[in-house]
Write a new protein. Structure first.
Length: 146
């Protein structure tokens, strides 16, 4: 029985250690992806009286993973450098305690500058992400609700 418990604990620790940290490339021709956080902080309803659920005082949106590897150990990042080609990007958004993670794939071009708008969604999902090129902010390259 002790051997089984030891084996299980080793497997759990090995699974936790398998998530790597993204090693951002360096050099010329890299694409840049940055967050444009359009979430607003939740309104203060303290005047309405009664018990209020404690909420975060700021609305956060960050880049979380690139190709399955975390960008940083704590929270996320506001921007990241990418090599040209297809990448899987994961973001998170938290507005007033509604934490959600969203994923998308895109084929980034060399030396491209991209922004990822995160805003409140209109439908039943909580957030919407829009990928745009910084030089053409009205042309949405990819949209996803999460």
């Amino acid at each position: 029985m002790l051997r089984i418990l030891s084996l299980c604990s080793v497997l759990v620790l090995a699974g936790c250690a398998s998530t790597g940290i993204y090693d951002a490339p360096s050099g010329d021709g890299l694409a840049t992806l940055a967050i444009d956080n359009q979430l607003s902080a939740p309104a203060d309803d303290s005047a309405s009286g009664g018990w209020q659920m404690p909420l975060s005082s700021e609305a956060k949106a960050s880049l979380f993973k690139v190709d399955g590897e975390r960008i940083s150990e704590q929270a996320g990042a506001d921007s990241v450098q990418l090599e040209a080609g297809k990448h899987a990007i994961e973001v998170f958004a938290d507005q007033g305690g509604i934490l959600r993670f969203g994923k998308f794939r895109y084929d980034f071009e060399a030396s491209g500058t991209y922004q990822l708008r995160i805003k409140a969604a209109d439908g039943k999902e909580d957030y919407t992400l829009e990928l745009i090129e910084a030089g053409a902010p009205d042309a949405v390259l990819k949209t996803k609700n999460f």
